[in-house]
Design a protein around this ligand. Structure first.
Ligand SMILES: NC(=O)c1ccc[n+]([C@@H]2O[C@H](COP(=O)([O-])OP(=O)(O)OC[C@H]3O[C@@H](n4cnc5c(N)ncnc54)[C@H](O)[C@@H]3O)[C@@H](O)[C@H]2O)c1
Length: 326
């Protein structure tokens, strides 16, 4: 089976490529290396190219016969999407539409899409299920919601089948510490906390301590990247076995507050993390937790790393290695 992975040199995509390689899939990676790195590609063949180039995309899909496409490539920074919305609609929406079109033109009819919990905005009910109202509050979430809709429409008008996976807060790294996050400007709490522990930042900001949560700070559902990859493997097998298209939340179904994350980071790193409490950021929901019963019931997803300390320990080992590399 031959799989095309867009964005396969990035954080999550590189873990997917590693696992596909280990499982014996033939893997081709298409990535412009804007935030990804060739070093992170542990298997397969990397084609350096940009999804905004329809000729390059068509060439890849027409020259080889792919059984499925897994589409990770996107811009991912929520705050940047507010400042530069067109950058997000271009890369996340228009380039995705062009990729879907090229798939259809070349008879590639199975597609897995990286969506996000940001499509829910501030959910009325926690845990949030896939049927909840979609009310994204930033262009990043809106761009992903629109691609989900495009995929639904294309699937209902053709033999195309897709699975959209709505990721919650993805964290952690490869247990053998070969790959992990390399974002040039990280915004994720665990990464920022670990870089503070490494002395690369003065302090960690806690945005808001007056939320209606047990300790006043925001609660998020942190999922280890390898459990997310397992969800992709099950989704891929489902589509390859002629299963129908679906939409799944990917999270553990419970969360941790910012203060709880800080405590575990202190425990794992031994660092006396300097923390600054500051005002809320606009648009941060108090809690974001997945109802993940659908993927568990339908695909038999059984996460193996539902343990914040494990998540933080794997990320810590990776961050130390990344810093040592310089
Ligand atoms: N990290 C999270 O917590 C999280 C949560 C929800 C959803 N997601 C989604 O998961 C996917 C992967 O995110 P990530 O965290 O691995 O980010 P990442 O930045 O590490 O990976 C994105 C990859 O796509 C490549 N890319 C971007 N635009 C491209 C283009 N036009 N052409 C070719 N390659 C391009 C980048 O070089 C990079 O390798 C994204 O679609 C993101 O929206 C991530």
């Amino acid at each position: 089976m031959k799989i095309l992975v867009t964005g396969g040199a990035g954080y999550i995509g590189s873990h997917m490529v590693r696992t596909l390689g280990e499982k014996g899939y033939d893997v081709v990676i298409f990535d412009n290396l804007s935030t990804g790195s060739a070093e992170a590609v542990l298997h397969g063949r990397l084609i350096v190219g940009d999804l905004s180039d329809p000729i390059a995309v068509d060439r890849v899909l027409s020259e080889e016969r792919f059984d499925a496409v897994i589409h990770f490539a996107a811009h991912i920074a929520v705050e940047e999407s507010v400042a530069e919305p067109l950058k997000y609609y271009r890369n996340n929406l228009i380039n995705a539409v062009n990729l879907i079109n090229a798939c259809l033109q070349n008879g590639v009819l199975r597609f897995i899409f990286s969506s996000t919990a940001a499509v829910y905005g501030i959910p009325a009910k926690i845990p949030v299920s896939e049927d909840a109202l979609l009310q994204p509050i930033n262009p990043y979430g809106a761009s992903k919601m629109m691609v989900e809709q495009v995929l639904r429409d294309v699937s209902s008008s053709s033999a195309f089948r897709h699975i959209s996976l709505r990721y919650f807060n993805v964290a952690g790294a490869d247990p053998l510490c070969r790959i992990g996050q390399r974002y040039p400007k990280p915004t994720h709490l665990i990464t920022l906390a670990l870089r503070t522990a490494l002395g690369m930042r003065d302090h960690l900001d806690i945005f808001g301590t007056d939320y209606d949560t047990p300790d006043g700070t925001c609660i998020r559902d942190y999922i280890h990247v390898d459990d997310l990859i397992l969800a992709h493997v099950l989704s891929l097998e489902h589509l390859l076995n002629d299963g129908t298209g679906r939409l799944y939340n990917c999270g553990y179904g419970h969360g941790y507050s910012v203060r709880q994350v800080v405590d575990v980071v202190r425990k794992v790193t031994g660092a006396d993390l300097s923390v600054r409490e500051t005002v809320r950021r606009p648009g941060d929901p108090p809690a974001l937790i997945a109802d993940s019963s659908r993927i568990k019931n339908e695909l038999g997803w059984k996460p193996g790393h539902d343990d914040l300390e494990y998540i933080i320990r794997t990320a810590w080992e990776w961050e130390k290695r990344l810093k040592a590399k310089g």
